[in-house]
Design a protein around this ligand. Sequence first.
Ligand SMILES: [Zn+2]
Length: 72
Amino acid sequence: MTESTSIKGIINCPLCSKQKFYVYNNARGLLSVRCANCGRPILLDSDNLTAKVTRPMHLPRVPLLQPKRWLE
Ligand SMILES: [Zn+2]
């Protein structure tokens, strides 16, 4: 198993606990995701393996970037 595919922790959705977010070993910093179960935006802290509920209005306005395709 390479470093990029090993998991350092799993964070449950802080609201419904039904959705699990997998944090990979090379993940750093904050990540905004949306729970697939309850639909709420969640802010993941991949350094401390914690999560909290955010609101879109609290997120900084940043230009939309074109996603790059992940080629394997
Ligand atoms: Zn949820």
